[in-house]
Design a protein around this ligand. Structure first.
Ligand code: NAP
Length: 331
C-alpha cells in the first residue's frame, strides 16, 4: 500500500490473517519486546511452539513483566529469556550480539522491532536518536547476527529469517536529503521542527531501502541461505505515540478510535514475515503478503538511493565495528 488512499483503505477494510507457521524447535529474538507489537509478536512465537524466545529489551524489569504476562497467557514456561539490549548504545548492541554468538546454539529468526517515534531532536551516539535506534543499531545488530544465522542454516539445513519492522509511512515521507552527498550528515544537520515531524517516516523509508540493498549484497538464499525482509503492521494500538507533542494527542486519539488495528493483529505481520519463504528475501510485506513498496522505492532513483544510503550506512557501521562489511557476504 503506497498512496494515502491505499493506506487508509488498508486500515479500514483489510485484516491481517493469522499466521499458519509452526516454530517448533526454533530460537527467536524480538527487539523492543516488553510492550506493544514486539511483545505480542513474542507471545505468538511462544504460542506457535518456538523453543526459545529472547525478549531483547532495554529495561530488564519491564522485560520480566512482559515475560510473566506471556507465560500467563501461553502457559509455556522455560521458553522466554529476557536479555538486555539498548538500541541507543552501539556498545550495548555489540555486547548483545556477542552474548548471542556465545550462548545461542542456533538463531532461526530475528525480528528488528524496537523503535521510537519522537518530535524532539536529541543526539544519541553522535546521530539524531531515531536514526541511531530505528536504523543504525537495528542494522548493526542484524549484520552482527548474520554469521550465527548462516551457521544455523548450515548446521540445521534451514532458512533463518531476519525481519525488520518498517511502516507504510515510508511511502509518505519526503526525503530531500537523498540528494545530498552525505545523507546521514544532512539528516543530522536538520534539527528543525518540520525536519523532526517527517523524521520517523524517513527512518522507515531508510529501513525499506537498506533492507532491499542488504538483501542484494547477502545474495539470494539458496537451499540454506538467510532470508531478510521487512514488514508493515499498519497503524495499531501500542505505545509508539507516547512521545508525540501534546497538541497532536487529540488527533491520535481520534485515529486510534476510528482506525487502529489491535496490537495482536498488527503483530501477525511480524510473525508472518518472520516465517517468510525465500521469495520474501529483500521484499516489503504488507498484510502478511509480499507487497509493492512506494513508487519512489521502486523507481530508478529509488534504486540508486538504496545503493547510496546502504554504502553510507556500511561506512558508518565500519566505524563502529571494523570489518563488519565482511560479514554481509558471509566471509
Ligand atoms: N504501532 C503502529 O501503529 C506502528 C505502525 C507501523 C510500524 N510500527 C513499528 O512497529 C514497531 C513496534 O512499535 P510499537 O508500535 O509496538 O511501539 P511501542 O509500543 O512504543 O514499542 C516500541 C518498543 O521498542 C522499544 N525501544 C525503544 N527504544 C529502544 C531502545 N533504545 N532500545 C531497545 N528497545 C527500545 C520500547 O522499549 P521501552 O518500552 O523500554 O521504551 C518498546 O519495547 C516499531 O518498529 C514501529 O516503528 C508501529
Amino acid at each position: 500500500m503506497t498512496t494515502f488512499r491505499e493506506i487508509l483503505y488498508n486500515q479500514l477494510f483489510v485484516s491481517i490473517p493469522k499466521p499458519k507457521t509452526d516454530f517448533t524447535g526454533q530460537t527467536c529474538i524480538v527487539t523492543g519486546s516488553n510492550t506493544g507489537l514486539g511483545k505480542e509478536a513474542a507471545r505468538q512465537l511462544v504460542d506457535y511452539n518456538a523453543s526459545k524466545v529472547v525478549l531483547a529489551v532495554r529495561n530488564l524489569e519491564r522485560g520480566e513483566k512482559a515475560r510473566n504476562d506471556i507465560v500467563n497467557t501461553t502457559k509455556r514456561e522455560n521458553v522466554l529469556e529476557v536479555w538486555e539490549l539498548d538500541l541507543s548504545s552501539f556498545e550495548s548492541v555489540k555486547r548483545f550480539a556477542s552474548r548471542c554468538n556465545e550462548h545461542l546454539e542456533r538463531l532461526d529468526c530475528l525480528i528488528g522491532n524496537g523503535a521510537i517515534n519522537t518530535r524532539k531532536h536529541k543526539e544519541v551516539e553522535d546521530n539524531e536518536s531515531m536514526l541511531t535506534i530505528n536504523v543504525m543499531s537495528t542494522f548493526l545488530l542484524s549484520i552482527l547476527l548474520l554469521p550465527l544465522c548462516q551457521k544455523t542454516a548450515r548446521s540445521f539445513e534451514v532458512h533463518p529469517r531476519i525481519t525488520i519492522i518498517a511502516s507504510d509511512l515510508h511511502a509518505l515521507a519526503s526525503f530531500p536529503e537523498r540528494l545530498e552527498p552525505d545523507i546521514f550528515a544532512a539528516l543530522n544537520a536538520d534539527k528543525s521542527f518540520s525536519g523532526m515531524m517527517r523524521r520517523y517516516g524517513v527512518t522507515k523509508l531508510l529501513v525499506v531501502l537498506i533492507t532491499r540493498e542488504l538483501a542484494v549484497q547477502m545474495g539470494k538464499p539458496d537451499s540454506q541461505g538467510v532470508i531478510l525482509n521487512c514488514a508493515n503492521p499498519g497503524f495499531c494500538h501500542s505505545e509508539i505515540t507516547r512521545d508525540v507533542p501534546r497538541w497532536t494527542r487529540p488527533i491520535f486519539w481520534f485515529m486510534h478510535k476510528s482506525m487502529a488495528r489491535s496490537t495482536e493483529m498488527g503483530s501477525r505481520a511480524h510473525v508472518i514475515a518472520a516465517a517468510g519463504l525465500t521469495a520474501t528475501h529483500g521484499e516489503y510485506m504488507d498484510n502478511g503478503v509480499i507487497s509493492k513498496a512506494s513508487n519512489f522505492v521502486r523507481s530508478e532513483e529509488g534504486h540508486s538511493t538504496q545503493r547510496k544510503v546502504y554504502a553510507q550506512l556500511l561506512r558508518k557501521l565500519e566505524g563502529i565495528e571494523p570489518g563488519i562489511s565482511q560479514l554481509v557476504a558471509g566471509k
